[in-house]
Design a protein around this ligand. Structure first.
Ligand SMILES: Cc1cc2nc3c(=O)[nH]c(=O)nc-3n(C[C@H](O)[C@H](O)[C@H](O)COP(=O)(O)OP(=O)(O)OC[C@H]3O[C@@H](n4cnc5c(N)ncnc54)[C@H](O)[C@@H]3O)c2cc1C
Length: 402
């Protein structure tokens, strides 16, 4: 029987982070990972010689996450940068609205659609930035507290009350009430809010509007591919004597006298620890690993609560393309910066059209709208190695790193 202070189920970035902090504090920790390597959904796969960030690629909080400095991730090979403009919103009449991490530059682009909106955007961006810096970021990186306690905390300050007021509204209402004249600007802001799957028609998530608008305009790319982020956390974990066992699937959490004391893998290996941390979803963690019988003993209401867990109404659809040249945009005649932008949004004909398209997506239709990013335009390391091998350097041009 192998004995640890903590066992972590799942070696995605959250499992790795929990492990790295605990190991740094001197605990004896093991991470058990089902796949052949750690990193979870923050991965870069090489398929047919092409590097593909299969899931996560837009990093909204790199410059805010305390872990970056706490765990010295830059010393372990992780770095990031923010291509600018952050977003180019392309319109059907071949124009483009470019949004940057610099509100003055964004205002200049907005002024080509509405001069009134340019000034108003700066004011709203400043208000949203304050909400994000003063309320949302600090709440993100503190220990969890009960929702009612959180509401109580927020009502203590004016800025907290503002955030609560926003939360009561739908993203559509919030953006509508800003009073912008330009339908293109309204659609671009709604896109920033809903591109993560937040339904723009629901209440209770309004606090995400300032977060997504401000942080998406400051989002970054991990140099060398998304996997370099979990890989750096893995290295700090190992440097602090953490243990990782991969290709090892956990089947059961061992409960003795109503207490989690260890785990058992599908091949029958057992590990024991004072503390078991699961980063796998609640249904698997409680219904599969612990089991209904044990849960009933702890609390008879608990299994029903977990069964009532609601998944998102829709999924993202991602298409990875390997192309022999950079894409060309008709809107680049209107604003050449379109070609340099991190994300190009296309196929949306205004604010109402986006709201309608979101409803279609929820009902299972796949309309032709969305956004794209050309990773190799910004990062030569992500260039397909298969092309790098066969083409002379000048035939596979890549922009040098900023
Ligand atoms: C398509 C897609 C796009 C995304 N895009 C972005 C983005 O651009 N930016 C962003 O910030 N976020 C994005 N995300 C979200 C981000 O990927 C997740 O928030 C993040 O990966 C969660 O990390 P985690 O460690 O909690 O879980 P995961 O990354 O899911 O890790 C859980 C780990 O547990 C392991 N595991 C599962 N079952 C067992 C078991 N029985 N025994 C042992 N191990 C097990 C899994 O193999 C996995 O490695 C995206 C997600 C998806 C799916």
């Amino acid at each position: 029987m192998e004995q640890y202070d903590a066992i972590i189920i799942g070696g995605g970035h959250n499992g790795l982070l929990a492990g790295a902090y605990l190991a740094k504090a001197g605990a004896k920790v093991i991470i058990l990972e089902r796949r052949w390597e750690t990193g979870g959904a923050i991965m870069t796969d090489e398929q047919s010689g092409c590097k593909i960030n299969t899931h996560a690629c837009y990093m909204m909080m790199m410059d805010k996450a305390p872990a970056f400095d706490d765990l010295q991730l830059s010393e372990f090979g992780c770095s990031y940068f923010s291509p600018q403009p952050s977003i180019a919103f392309l319109t059907k009449d071949e124009k483009a609205l470019c949004l940057y991490n610099d509100p003055d530059k964004t205002a200049k682009s907005i002024a080509r659609f509405s001069t009134n909106d340019a000034a108003k955007f700066k004011q709203i961006y400043n208000e949203y930035s304050e909400l994000v810096e003063e309320c949302i970021v600090p709440q993100t990186y503190r220990s969890t507290i009960a929702p009612l306690d959180m509401v109580y905390l927020l009502t203590e300050k004016e800025i907290g009350k503002k955030l609560l007021e926003l939360s009561e509204k739908t993203p559509i209402e919030i953006i509508d009430e800003c009073g912008f004249e330009s339908d293109t600007l309204k659609a671009a802001l709604l896109y920033l809010t809903s591109m993560w799957g937040i339904n723009p028609n629901v209440t209770g998530v309004g606090f995400l509007v300032p977060l997504y608008i401000v942080r998406m305009l400051n989002s970054s790319l991990i140099r060398g591919g998304s996997h370099r982020l979990p890989s750096a956390i893995y290295k700090t974990f190992i440097a602090n004597k953490g243990v990782v066992e991969d290709t090892l699937e956990v089947e059961k959490i061992i409960i003795e006298n109503g207490k989690a004391v260890g785990v058992k893998t599908i091949k029958g290996r057992e590990f024991r620890a004072k503390c078991i941390i699961s980063t796998v979803d609640p249904q698997q963690t409680f219904l599969r690993f612990v089991g209904e019988d044990e849960l009933n003993v702890i609390s008879p209401d608990f299994p029903a609560t977990i069964k009532g867990w609601q998944w998102e109404e829709l999924s993202h659809y991602v298409l990875h393309l390997v192309m022999d040249r950079s894409p060309e945009y008709k809107a680049a005649k209107f604003d050449p910066e379109v070609a340099n932008s991190f994300i190009q949004v296309m196929g949306i004909d205004g604010f109402q059209d986006l709201a309608d398209k979101f409803k279609q997506a929820v009902s299972g239709k796949l309309p032709l709208w969305g956004h794209m990013t050309s990773f190799t335009q910004f990062d030569r390391v992500q260039k397909p190695s298969v092309l790098a091998r066969f083409l002379p350097e000048e035939e596979a041009p890549v922009r040098s790193l900023p």
